[in-house]
Design a protein around this ligand. Structure first.
Ligand SMILES: C[S@@+](CC[C@H](N)C(=O)[O-])C[C@H]1O[C@@H](n2cnc3c(N)ncnc32)[C@H](O)[C@@H]1O
Length: 303
């Protein structure tokens, strides 16, 4: 299965990538060698799972964003647009007031730019809806600099004619596993994304991650969506008693109840794929590599 290279409801992928080029023009065009060197450092820290070292300063976080977020943003834009209910939420077509999205592990900006690239065209129509999109990004590292620079460019280049007043972004640098439901406004959310972040949460704190998922069940409103994606085939395994399970089974059980008794759970699985490709246009112009993405995803809806 493949996602469209350009879904017609989003801005064209080259425009999405251009937003990163404009935001980080100094780094990408005046200081590219330095960015490449930092990317190598970040890569080797990530390889040895030393996340603190990988993200311990602004320059490294900017380098990470320049290297990986543009490709993620175009792929996520296509995925969000392709999944019907998400498309409706992000474009505020739900007829049910303002829409609120929480992106867990979204500090590097891929989700933000993807959401904005789907939201923006919905504002460039004759009678745009008067509902707002609220985006809350939470990340354990402080990506304030990256997020605010991207947001400035979104506001000035995409959401002109004062449309930026309908798109509000908040970034909270915090450990999601230590935040309470009020801080996260769980009761008001329409969509939660956990993109390429679940494995990291479970490797940090298995019990805390299960509690976090349980709090989504306890507090999220009926109709809220939860999108989980990871690199296809990469799900870690977890040992329960003497048996080893892929984390996805544990997540399904926590969210939907035991197999065979799934009506006892509080979320239903509405769409899924074990392997879906996003292949970018190879003619895209960007000074660093843009990778294709192959992921596993699951979309749940709160009953
Ligand atoms: C592999 S990156 C994925 C980034 C982004 N979601 C994407 O798909 O491009 C995982 C992200 O999760 C964040 N993260 C890890 N543990 C976290 C925690 N306990 N609370 C909040 N964010 C966390 C990391 O800082 C990192 O930005």
């Amino acid at each position: 299965m493949s996602l469209p290279t350009h879904h017609r409801d989003t801005l064209p992928p080259q425009e999405v990538v251009d937003l990163f080029k404009r935001t980080f023009s100094h780094e990408l065009y005046d200081d590219l060698d330095n960015v490449k060197e930092l990317v190598q450092k970040v890569k080797s820290d990530l390889y040895s799972r030393d996340y603190v070292a990988a993200f311990d300063d602004t320059a490294k976080r900017v380098a990470y964003c320049c290297r990986w977020s543009p490709a993620r943003a175009v792929a996520y834009a296509s995925l969000f647009a392709e999944l019907g209910p998400l498309n409706q939420i992000v474009r505020c077509q739900q007829q049910s007031g303002d829409q609120r999205v929480l992106c867990v592990g979204g500090g590097a900006g891929g989700e933000l730019v993807a959401l904005a690239s789907l939201f923006t065209p919905s504002r460039h129509v004759r009678t745009p809806s008067s509902e707002s999109l609220y985006i809350h990004l939470v990340d354990i590292y402080d990506w304030t600099n990256v997020v605010s620079r991207l947001q400035d460019q979104i506001d000035t280049n995409w959401l002109y004619n004062n449309q930026s007043r309908f798109c509000h972004t908040k970034f909270t640098p915090n450990d999601i596993l230590n935040m309470d439901p009020e801080q996260l406004q769980l009761k008001q959310l329409n969509l939660i994304t956990l993109l390429f972040t679940t494995n990291e949460l479970f490797s940090q704190d298995k019990t805390g991650s299960i509690k976090f998922l349980q709090s989504l069940t306890a507090y999220c409103q009926r109709g809220c969506f939860l999108l989980i994606a990871e690199s296809a085939g990469s799900y870690s395994h977890i040992t329960v008693g003497s048996k080893k399970f892929p984390i996805q089974f544990l997540i399904d059980t926590v969210l939907m109840g035991k197999k065979g008794q799934q009506d006892h759970g509080s979320w239903s699985l509405v769409e899924q794929s074990d392997s879906i490709w996003y292949r970018g246009d190879s003619a895209m112009d960007y000074p660093l590599k843009l990778e294709n993405m192959r992921c596993f995803y699951r979309l749940y809806r709160k009953l």
